[in-house]
Design a protein around this ligand. Structure first.
Ligand code: FAD
Length: 384
């Protein structure tokens, strides 16, 4: 088979929030970087699952995190919701901001519509990674690789040690759909929608997990987003599944709430997004007790501010808070593979137990983790 061949210092797989931060941080330190993304845009889960808020951001922002947030949420301020702070953002702005940030970094070459499909290893090192697009295949020879795929693509292909919860123990996955022409959306729908779906679940008209659904208002009059949180599926969930469930719930809401009577679905997430998947087995596993005990590490590279937000299959979201104004540290060892010498993980697949991950996986923390992985990878390049 013929390949387009390329060399680079660092290969980052996945242009979600953490992957973009990793690529840019490494390039800023002089490394030549290739960033591969299977979608045709950056942003990953934040765009696919239609997020409206960046979680896990403190008032005190420094370095690349600050630069990225200024680009993707310009002029936005933290808002307090209960005991946590959220940074609102618009998805179009995030895609544009991340695209610009990548473009500004001359040492980053980004390839969209490119899916990593296989990899070659020599002893304990990844030596090449193969990706596929509509026109053919690319073979990339990197010195160091960073898995920012959210689902541990490089971890799995390289034979790195990892952990994964049994399907029955995994947290709920989720997706969203956008509804237009909602009448009288005055904020009350944030409780009316979950209430109505809970009634439906209690009456046996809807599967039980629909009671964990959320509603948030959109940017314009009559627009709203419904987030459905459902059990993860073995093969992931494609657009056939998300469309079917969105239509089912929308029809239910049209029958049960007058505000939805003349509404219509404008957009549905193209696939189901998992909150939890493959977790690297790193040199250190960040644990629930480290998060809640706000443990300090000598090799700290990132800080976490978000509570443990665990989406139980039966009980729905369960928040365990840090102390007031508290934060915890994440060590570099949680980003570094135990058995593959040139592999780092960032974002949603770092080395953490499921509860610690239920805090570290939010966007603010993922951006900081990406920056940390990029810096560490650029330092490691010097040795290869
Ligand atoms: C339902 C749900 C709701 C959430 N709500 C919020 C919220 O409101 N606020 C918040 O801050 N956080 C939220 N989170 C958490 C947050 O969205 C994610 O954990 C975070 O986006 C992870 O970032 P990441 O960069 O690690 O991975 P991702 O954003 O998932 O990016 C991974 C990228 O890798 C690409 N990729 C995957 N496989 C390949 C491959 N083989 N080849 C090439 N590219 C590949 C993907 O296309 C994707 O773009 C939510 C998560 C879920 C699942």
């Amino acid at each position: 088979m013929r390949y387009k061949r390329m060399n680079c210092d660092i290969l980052v797989v996945g242009a979600g929030a953490s992957g973009v931060a990793a690529a840019v941080a490494a390039a800023k330190r002089g490394a030549s970087v290739i960033l591969l993304e299977q979608n045709k845009f950056p942003g990953g889960t934040a765009i696919i699952a239609m997020h409206n808020f960046i979680c896990g951001v403190s008032r005190d922002r420094k370095g690349l995190l600050r630069e990225i947030l200024n680009k993707i949420a310009p002029g936005e301020r933290l808002i307090k919701k209960g005991r946590v702070f959220l940074l609102p953002f618009k998805r179009e702005r995030m895609v544009l901001g991340l695209t610009q940030i990548i473009k500004n970094e001359k040492k980053v070459r980004v390839f969209y519509n490119n899916k990593v499909v296989s990899l070659r290893r020599f002893k304990n090192r990844v030596v090449s990674v193969i990706s596929k697009n509509a026109r053919g295949r690319m073979l990339i020879n990197p010195k160091v690789v960073i898995d920012a795929s959210g689902k541990g693509v490089l971890i799995k292909l390289s034979g790195a040690k990892y952990k994964i919860s049994a399907l029955s123990k995994k947290q709920l996955s989720g997706f969203s759909f956008m509804v237009k022409n909602i009448k009288g959306n005055n904020g009350a729908l944030a409780w009316k929608v979950p209430y109505s779906l809970t009634q439906g679940a209690r009456a046996g008209e809807l599967p039980k997990y629909f009671k964990f659904s959320l509603f948030s208002s959109g940017y314009s009059q009559g627009e709203g987003f419904i987030r459905l949180n459902i059990p993860p599926l073995k093969q992931g969930g494609n657009s056939k599944i998300t469309n079917k469930k969105a239509i089912f719930i929308h029809n239910y809401l049209r029958r049960s709430l007058a505000e939805f009577k003349h509404s219509y679905i404008k957009q549905v997430s193209p696939y189901l997004s998992d909150r939890e998947g493959i977790r690297l087995l790193g040199e250190y596993i960040l644990r629930k007790k480290d998060v809640l005990g706000q443990k300090k590490f000598p090799d700290v590279v990132a800080y976490g501010y978000w509570p443990i937000e665990f989406w139980h299959r039966k009980n729905g979201p369960c928040f365990t808070y840090l102390k007031k104004d508290g934060f915890y540290e994440i060590p570099l060892r949680s980003l570094k593979s135990k058995n593959i010498d040139n592999l780092f993980a960032t974002g949603r697949c770092i080395s953490a137990d499921p509860y610690a991950l239920a805090s570290t996986r939010v966007l603010g923390t993922c951006i900081s983790l990406g920056e940390a992985a990029g810096i560490a990878a650029s330092k490691l390049c010097a040795y290869f």
